[in-house]
Design a protein around this ligand. Structure first.
Ligand code: SAM
Length: 277
């Protein structure tokens, strides 16, 4: 071995040792970086991926969000949907439900920095164990199976007329009331329909009472009607949140569903009450 080749051989010999030393030197740092996540160990049903800002605005536009709306984001991530709702749409009350505490703190800090911390709250909670049912607008970017798990809760617990907007994923057989695309991303809107299925009695001034049967599948409703045992003509039923419009015997009835009664919005000579669900 020549003198000039000796340092190279030494370096080759030392390289694995240097790597080993470097590895152990880094170990505490690596452990420190990962520890907070191990500690939190949030049971995520879906990973954090933010909705692009143009899709955020399209969601809020489609829902017609305004200052009077109480907006809830299920799985609120970095808080961008609600922060945009507060800073650009004037929303006064919003709740973000997020299972990852690190993201909860991050979003809350952003709310403070934007001066909207009094209006937008982020809570560390599992969305499936949270009461979000009084929201006027519900936003979500979850997964198809999570939307399907939420669907019966939304339909049975949320008030008619609530707007639901979802980025990317639909609600299975519950067809959206509107759908849009933002750069290949789908955005869906549903209006929670009043629960009208069942038997009703339609009272009309000066006419025989009508037995009315509504069959409901989400927002789609069909009607059958009879008076004095005689079938009556019915037309298409339109249901938009709590507002219903139906036709019996050539006349259109337009009203507001209040659980078990229908209050006329046009004409004062009729009313309807539910006999059974
Ligand atoms: C795809 S990200 C959407 C974030 C934000 N909504 C957006 O659109 O930018 C889904 C979020 O849901 C949160 N998450 C997952 N499972 C959850 C659960 N069971 N309860 C609450 N949040 C959850 C994740 O941590 C993540 O931040």
């Amino acid at each position: 071995m020549t003198a000039s080749r000796r340092p190279r051989a030494f370096a080759r010999l030392c390289a694995p040792l240097a790597l080993l030393i470097a590895f152990f030197a880094c170990l505490p740092v690596v452990a420190y970086e990962t520890k907070p996540f191990e500690d939190h160990d949030p049971k995520l049903d879906v990973d954090f991926t933010p909705t692009p800002m143009d899709a955020v605005r399209r969601m809020l536009d489609m829902a017609g969000v305004g200052p009077d709306d109480y907006v809830v984001d299920l799985g609120s991530g970095d808080g961008r949907i609600l922060l945009t709702a507060a800073t650009e749409y004037g929303v006064e009350r919003a709740l973000g439900v997020e299972i990852d505490p690190w993201l909860v703190d991050y979003a809350a800090d952003k709310a403070t920095a934007a001066g909207v911390a009094q209006r937008v709250r982020f809570v560390h909670a599992d969305l499936f164990e949270t009461d979000f049912f009084d929201a006027d607008v519900l936003t979500m970017y979850l997964l198809p199976e999570l939307n399907l798990r939420l669907r019966p809760l939304i339909l049975s617990q949320m008030k008619p007329g609530t707007r639901i907007v979802s980025h990317s994923f639909d609600m299975g057989e519950w067809t959206p009331d509107a759908k849009d695309h933002v750069h290949l991303r789908d955005v869906y809107l549903w209006i929670v329909p009043a629960r009208v299925g069942g038997r009703w009695r339609l009272e009309r001034e000066g006419l025989a009472p009508v037995d009315l049967e509504f069959e409901q599948r989400f927002q789609r409703v069909t009607a059958r009607a009879s008076a004095n045992g005689q079938a009556l003509d019915t037309g298409a039923v339109e249901l938009d949140g709590a507002e219903i419009s139906f036709r019996v015997d050539g006349r259109r009835y337009h009203g507001h569903v209040d659980t078990d009664t229908i209050r006329p919005l046009e004409g004062a000579d009729w009313s309807a009450r539910r006999l059974r669900r």
